[in-house]
Design a protein around this ligand. Structure first.
Ligand code: ASN
Ligand code: ZN
Ligand code: CA
Length: 317
């Protein structure tokens, strides 16, 4: 659309007030942010299973209706994720070249998922019992947009080990990006939008994957064919390594000295964008992370020792 860049107020999925960048004209205000890269655009699927749908337009320029919440959060959290990769890692949008970021909300009816389609993000509204609208969680939005970073860098194939590493990097940056905008990561995924009737739970925990029945050691890896060879299962193995690297701890009698979530993010970002390839295995992931930490901190640094210990703790030596 044609119009002028503006900032409007809105309310997120959880009823929190926030600003969104828009383009306004006589029709109303569009969820189009032209201030970041080639733009951030948010669309409405209006409960159909068709993407991208229609670019979000609000006639009264205010995004305070309950139906607006999913769009407000998808738009604002895409902007925050863009800012994290740009300011912290110097990557402009997911491809490093300012790619347009497109999101569609209200995808399907009672749809309990969110995904990166290969060219855009898509968010269901949830059924209200397992999930509320999935864009209402910054860690979920950052998880999905990290799939786009992976697609345009390492290109990890979504199957087996490489698929689990792909999923894990989305969880690791989901947690770290959410933590960047609060007082550090909670090391849980989707807690803000998962099971609204139940407190304290989450879709996954990086701190303790076993809370959701997921493996926390390489010897416990899933070797079956479900879930593309367990991409959302075995991801928890390296999720635990990232948690230990940031926070420290003793896991299966291996002690890890924590280095904090900022250095953990720097190491995994460099690992993802410089060393991983489409068919990287878990053992190669360890070697790659050690190399990234060596580049950043030196071969005899405490950071490299902690990376080695973190992978050792999950059974990779
Ligand atoms: N929410 C899932 C993910 O981003 C969707 C999927 O499995 N494609 O991993
Ligand atoms: Zn994912
Ligand atoms: Ca979280």
């Amino acid at each position: 659309p044609q119009g002028t860049d503006a900032v409007s107020s809105g309310k997120g999925v959880l009823g929190d007030k926030k600003k969104v960048r828009t383009v306004k004209n006589k029709e109303g205000s569009y969820l189009l942010d032209r201030t970041r890269g080639k733009g951030i655009l948010t669309y409405d699927a209006a409960t159909k299973l068709l993407i991208p749908g229609k670019l979000w337009l609000d006639a009264d320029h205010k995004f305070n209706a309950a139906y607006d919440g999913a769009a407000v959060d998808a738009h604002a959290y895409a902007g925050q994720t863009f800012d994290y990769f740009k300011k912290v890692h110097g990557r402009s949008s997911y491809d490093g070249k300012g790619a347009r970021i497109i999101s569609t909300v209200h995808y399907g009816k009672d749809y309990n998922n969110a995904f990166w389609s290969g060219s855009q993000m898509v968010y269901g509204d949830g059924d209200g019992s397992v999930f509320i609208p999935l864009s209402g969680a910054l860690d979920v939005v950052a998880h999905e947009l990290t799939h786009a970073v992976t697609q345009t860098s390492a290109k990890l194939i979504y199957q087996g080990d490489s698929g689990a590493i792909n999923e894990s990097l989305s969880d690791i940056f989901g947690a770290i990006i959410e933590g960047h905008y609060s007082d550090g990561p909670d090391w849980q995924i989707a807690e803000d939008i998962f099971t609204p009737q139940k407190d304290g739970d989450a879709l996954r925990s990086l701190a303790d994957p076993t809370l959701n029945g997921l493996p926390d050691h390489y010897t416990k890896r899933y070797i079956g064919t479900e879930d593309f060879g367990g991409v959302h299962i075995n991801s928890s193995i390296s999720n635990k390594a990232a948690y230990l690297l940031a926070n420290g701890g003793t896991h299966y009698s291996v002690n890890v000295n924590g280095i904090g979530s900022d250095k953990t993010g720097a190491i995994f970002f460099r690992t993802l964008t410089q060393y991983l390839t489409p068919n990287t295995t878990f053992r190669q992931f360890r070697v790659a992370a050690i190399q990234a930490a060596t580049d950043l901190y030196g071969a005899s640094s405490p950071e490299v020792s902690s990376v080695k210990a973190a992978f050792s703790a999950i059974g990779l030596n």
